[in-house]
Every structure is written in C-alpha cells, then in structure tokens.
Design a binder for this molecule. Structure first.
Ligand code: BTN
Length: 351
C-alpha cells in the first residue's frame, strides 16, 4: 500500500537485498557551498573568480556547478563573464541550509543530502550498522523506493515533500521504542503548529499525522536490537509539504500542507522545526524518569481518535470496536463486544 496513504506493497527485504544496487551518490558539497556564498550577497552580482576563490575551485568548475544547480531548479541569473546572482532563495534541504538552524541540537553536525535515493531509511539503517553516530540525518529531494509501515510504499515526489531519516542510539530496551516513535509524532505535531499556529494537526495511532482527516505525515521507526538493548534506531519521517495534487489512488486519503492552507511552505523551515522538536522530545524521554507516561498522556490528549472513536483493526482476521486509550507500553486499546483488545501492529481504520 502506498501510504501517504494508499496502495502497493513494497518489495520484501529479501527481494530488496538481492536487487540492491550501489548506493546513490550523496550531493556534491560544492553545490551547497555555492548556494550559501550566493545567499551571503543577495543584492550583488558575484564574479566567477570570486565564487571560485570562496569555495576553493576553478571558474570553469563554478560554471559547471551553477549549470547543475539550475537543472535542480535553483534560480541563478548571469554567466561566467558577468558573474552570478541568486534570484530566489532556493528551498533545497542542503546541509548548508539546514545545519546552521540546528546548531543547538544533536542533529546539527552530520546532515547528508541526496537529490535522489531509494529510501533514506535504508541508507540510514546501513550507515548506522556501519557505525554512523547518533544524530546523523539523511535528507532527500526524492525517493524512488520510499517505504512506509507494514511494507507499504511512500509516495516521494521530487522537492515537494520532506524525506528525512535520523539515527538515534538511546540506552533503552526494545520494548520502549514504541513510546519513542509516538514521541516523534508529537514532535511533528508541535513543529507544524510552531510554523503555522492556525494549523490543527491530529495524531492517529501509531504514527500518522492528519489534517482535516487526511494524512500529510507518516513515520517509520526501525531498529536493530538485542533482546534487552537497542543498538540503533532510525526514525524516518515523510511530510507532504508543497504537493498540489496526488495520484488518483491517494486523493481520498492524502493531503499536503499546501493543499490544506493554500500557501507554499518553506521545506527548509519545516524540516528544521521538525528536527528541533524531535531533539526536544528525545531529550525529555531520556532525561526524565516519568517521561514515558507523560508522552502517552500527551498523545491521548492530542489525538482526537485515541479514545472514543469507532474503528476497524486489520489484525488477526480483523475486529471492530471503540478506542479506549493507550496501555502503559503505548499500544492502542480497543473495546470490542468480546472485551478489551490490544492493537499490536495492525492498521487502524476509522469507521
Ligand atoms: C507510513 O506512514 O507508513 C510511514 C511513512 C514513512 C515515510 C518516510 S519518508 C523518509 C523515510 N524513508 C522511507 O523510506 N520512509 C520514511
């Protein structure tokens, strides 16, 4: 099922691993450096020589990089003889744009960017297994094999959404990871409200964030763990930001911030707000003894469907009932005719 939200099952891990190609190339850091230098002189035409000096390369290399940026939609006026000037601030999730906004967080030092990648979660899980530090962030303009929960696909159109995965290494048992994942939903909800105080994002257990009943954000939390100890976690967040439309099969269930507010959003601003908010939730979870209960309480409070909502659960043959809050581990409770049932992993559909 495509899951912003909707359709087909993604390939199984086995199928994926036999077909795995060499990893997508990371974005050339010089591109981000050029953008930053041009942004530093917004009203001035900068000569090719000056740009070349600033980033430590040749004029012909600057020309090549400028041409590449143009193909990526960055608006740069001028040419080698006259010099260059940015005509619009680009909304690309380049490390040079994001890192300065995240200095006070664990996410400010290791941001990796891809113009196109299979799945940022897959790249992050591989990097974590190879020893990448906590707080490493993977961002992409486009995913060709974006993954959702329960082997669903995540529709990941170019430069309209945020496709972000982060590596965490908390000293927690695997049983606490669901609470961390619920905290990520709370972080998204707060971040969106910080950027637009009129927005009313709603949480749907376990990891969907909705506006006006339609999904605009999904979270895929994956981990590598021993029975008692988490080795690493990857929290993957997909946010539909500036999509104007969705494929027909998603139209009924998916929305974007742009479609719900009528305005174009800065992905850089949303992404930075999101990671700052996630950093706050993560620190609360690790530093405060009562944090888990508090996260569950807040989730119930900020979700219109965690209690008192008639649902159908696609799990163990399917069952229906009324939601009755979360249990102390973070699983959804549903009151059915046969009694109280706990939802472990099934998809929850509103009735
Ligand atoms: C869901 O709602 O099913 C979860 C969707 C998670 C999508 C994000 S996009 C960034 C990261 N990379 C992926 O392949 N998936 C997550």
């Amino acid at each position: 099922m495509q899951h912003n939200s909707g359709i087909k099952a993604a390939p199984t891990d086995r199928a994926r691993s036999t077909r795995r190609k060499s990893p997508a190339p990371e974005t050339d850091a010089s591109l981000g450096r050029i953008v930053r230098v041009l942004m530093g002189y917004p009203t001035v035409v900068i000569s090719g020589t000056k740009l070349a000096q600033e980033i430590g390369t040749t004029r012909s290399e600057v020309w090549r990089l400028v041409e590449q940026l143009r193909t990526l939609g960055v608006e740069i006026a001028g040419h080698p003889s006259s010099g260059y000037q940015l005509t619009a601030v680009p909304d690309l999730l380049l490390p040079e744009m994001i890192e300065p906004l995240l200095r006070s967080t664990i996410f400010g030092e290791n941001v990796h960017h891809y113009y196109r990648v299979g799945s940022t979660n897959t790249v992050a899980m591989d990097a974590a297994a190879a020893g990448a530090p906590e707080g490493t962030v993977f961002l992409a303009e486009q995913q060709t094999a974006g993954r959702g929960r329960a082997s669903n696909q995540w529709h990941s159109a170019e430069s309209t959404g945020i496709y972000c995965s982060v590596i965490l290494r908390p000293a927690l048992p695997p049983s606490d990871v669901l609470v961390l994942s619920l905290a990520a939903g709370l972080a998204v909800q707060s971040a969106i409200q910080e950027v637009d105080s009129h927005a009313l994002p709603d949480l749907k257990w376990p990891n969907d964030v909705l506006i006006m009943g339609k999904k605009f954000c999904g979270i895929l939390t994956e981990m590598n763990a021993e029975a008692t100890r988490v080795r690493h976690i990857v929290v993957g967040i997909g946010v539909n930001v500036n999509q104007n439309s969705f494929p027909a099969e998603l139209e009924q269930s998916a929305t974007s911030l742009r479609l719900t507010t009528g305005i174009e959003w800065s992905r850089v601003e949303v992404c930075a707000a999101l990671l700052k908010s996630l950093d706050r939730e993560y620190h609360k979870l690790l530093e405060n003894r009562d944090a888990q209960a508090e996260i569950l309480r807040r989730f119930e409070e900020r979700s219109s469907s965690a209690r008192g909502r008639q649902v159908r659960v696609e799990e163990k043959g399917g069952f229906e009932g009324m939601t009755e809050g979360l249990d102390p581990r973070g699983f959804l409770q549903v009151r059915t005719r046969q009694g109280l049932r706990t939802v472990y992993s099934g998809t929850v559909r509103f009735k």
